[in-house]
Design a protein around this ligand. Structure first.
Ligand code: FES
Length: 154
């Protein structure tokens, strides 16, 4: 079947088989890097934004994105938030691995767009399950990224 949707603000039309997961489609389109995840919704490595909601792309079928707006990590890699993400890691001397980096960026985007970001820090830091950086240190990186953003805005 043929589906059309918006991917990082660009219109896209592709043919997909009915059993194809969105995570597989995005990987084929070069929009999800890193190691393959659990495909059952538990590791968080396949996070994407669908109509501004953070979703696990492994739990969605490709045809379900018809007429939606999808934003992958690539979209934010070219935006200011990427600086906070990179600076906070460098300042803490802690770096996310290739397998979780994109999903960590998306969970930080989700966090920084919330009004209650300071109280949701720990919850957002645990959205992605990866052992490259401890959950405690992920929260430290996110806290610093938040402070950098607030400082930048002021
Ligand atoms: S691959 Fe989707 S949550 Fe793990």
């Amino acid at each position: 079947m043929e589906i059309s949707f918006s991917l990082n603000d660009a219109p896209i039309t592709v043919k997909v088989p009915p059993h194809l997961r969105l995570s597989a489609l995005l990987r084929d389109l070069g929009h999800q890097q890193g190691a393959r995840g659990c495909r059952d919704g538990s590791c968080g490595r396949c996070l994407i934004f669908m109509d501004d909601r953070l979703m696990h792309s492994c739990l969605l079928m490709a045809f379900e994105v018809r007429s939606t707006q999808i934003h992958s990590a690539k979209y934010w890699q070219e935006r200011r938030i990427m600086r906070y993400f990179l600076w906070a890691q460098a300042m803490q001397r802690l770096f996310f691995c290739e397998g979780c980096r994109d999903a960590r960026l998306l969970s930080l985007v989700y966090l920084l767009e919330r009004d209650d970001a300071p109280v949701e820090m720990t919850a957002c830091a645990s959205m992605v399950q990866c052992t490259c950086v401890s959950q405690h240190d992920v929260a430290r990186i996110f806290r610093l990224a938040y402070r950098l953003k607030v400082h930048d805005a002021g």
